[in-house]
Design a protein around this ligand. Structure first.
Ligand SMILES: Cc1cc2nc3c(=O)[nH]c(=O)nc-3n(C[C@H](O)[C@H](O)[C@H](O)COP(=O)(O)O)c2cc1C
Ligand SMILES: O=C(O)C(=O)c1ccccc1
Length: 389
């Protein structure tokens, strides 16, 4: 019998018999405010912030809220199985932790704590290129648990090659290449505080620990950290890249490659033509293009364009179990979750991240069951209606 994620609900009530209540709220939309109260506005502003006046982040929520589930009755949901195969990997549920950089601004144990939480719950951890901990150290914290690597595709081809070699050697099985961040967007919350973590050397661990990156410096990082930061800033993204450049990644990575940040169906077709294995339909949680199409509104057309040529993943705005249900019903094979686990980490370290994973999956399991489904595979567009204004 497969594990029932919904058992967490019963566990919470049972613990209540001894007077214990959960350390964090089970409505994950409350975590942002709580984190801000505890950690202060600087770091939380970076995590919570979005592009422009926040319209894309709001649209992400509206597009999910506008879709309503139409539950079905009497369909035997006693035994349920949330497991899925994604990119040829068996996962216990259709959820992974999104790549979120600079996590040391939330907690000193940073990515290692988040990775341990993912490993403990069996969900994949996607490590950001801009992590505050080197990829080998995060890998070590996870044992042989499922991990994927997110690439910020550097200007310097040899640094990129070195990252790919290191990620492979450290056991990261899939590569997510983020395409929507060739520049950092206009983010008023960060601008108003003049706060950018990298300038303080946060989020540069993979670069500073890289032999090829180091070879490009006149002095070792510890002798001239400012020069190292400037070297990083100059190379970490490359607005000059075009579709033919993907051939380099295809030649240098044996496992699955997924392009993160695809919103247009034609870009999905180009991804398949370039030999990519999947896409993440994402607008970076509303942090890049202000005024962008909501990720959930872009999803159906990308799913249609992908056909059976690409694995389609989804992120941007997932906060609850019913959001996961909706994304899957719109055609995503799995979802990534970003900010909620970053807040969980800020509030309670590894345990806080585990809390977030368990709440989301318990709620998803219950939503699935109460709507008449025993497996993610039976979800489809018929399970939703779209409200019109
Ligand atoms: C603080 C922060 C840092 C992020 N860093 C990265 C990153 O390094 N690489 C990346 O591909 N996406 C990054 N993202 C975007 C997430 O991977 C994901 O697309 C987004 O958070 C999903 O939206 P959500 O936060 O609403 O779940 C970051 C997001 C946040 C909030
Ligand atoms: O802040 C972000 O959204 C992001 O993707 C990022 C970019 C560079 C380094 C760290 C995070």
């Amino acid at each position: 019998m497969a594990k029932h994620w919904a058992d967490f609900q019963y566990e919470i009530y049972l613990n209540g018999m001894t007077g214990a209540v959960p350390r964090l709220p089970t409505d994950l939309t409350r975590l942002e405010e709580l984190t801000e109260q505890r950690l202060g506005p600087g770091p939380v502003g970076y995590v919570a912030g979005s592009a422009g006046n926040g319209s894309t982040a709001r649209a992400n929520r509206e597009a999910l809220d506008r879709r309503r589930i139409v539950p079905r009755m009497l369909r035997d949901v006693q035994e349920r199985d949330l497991s899925v195969d994604v990119l040829g990997r068996p996962l216990p549920a259709p959820v992974a932790l999104a790549p979120v950089g600079v996590l040391s601004i939330m907690h000193p144990d940073a990515e290692s704590a988040a990775a341990r939480a993912a490993a403990a719950q069996g969900v994949p951890y996607i490590l950001s290129s801009a992590s505050s901990t080197p990829m080998e150290q995060v890998a070590e914290a996870m044992g042989d648990a499922e991990r994927w690597f997110q690439l910020y595709w550097a200007k310097d081809r040899e640094v990129t090659r070195s990252f790919l070699d290191r990620a492979k050697a450290a056991g990261y099985t899939a590569l997510l290449v983020t395409l929507d961040t060739p520049l950092l967007a206009w983010r008023p919350r960060d601008l108003d505080q003049a706060y950018l973590p990298f300038l303080h050397g946060v989020g540069t661990a993979n670069y500073f620990s890289d032999p090829t990156f180091q070879a490009g410096l006149a002095k070792p990082v510890h002798e001239d950290p400012n020069a190292a930061v400037m070297h990083f800033v100059g190379m970490f993204a490359d607005p000059g890249k075009t579709w033919p450049d993907l051939a380099f990644l295809r030649e240098n990575w044996d496992g699955p490659i997924v392009l993160k940040g695809v919103l247009h169906p034609d870009d999905a077709r180009r991804a398949a033509d370039a030999g990519m294995d999947g896409v993440v339909v994402s607008n970076h949680g509303g942090r890049q293009v202000a005024g962008s199409v909501a990720a959930a509104d872009a999803l159906p057309r990308v799913v249609e364009a992908a056909g059976d040529r690409l694995t389609v993943l989804f992120d941007s705005g997932i906060r609850t179990g019913d959001d996961i249900f909706k994304a899957l019903a719109l055609g995503a094979e799995a979802v990534l979750v970003g900010r909620p686990y970053a807040y969980g980490l800020g509030l309670d370290g590894q345990a806080g991240v585990e809390h977030v994973i368990r709440c989301l999956l318990a709620e998803f399991d219950l939503t699935l069951a109460l709507s008449g489904h025993a497996r993610p595979a039976t979800l489809g567009p018929d399970d939703l209606i779209e409200e019109t204004a």
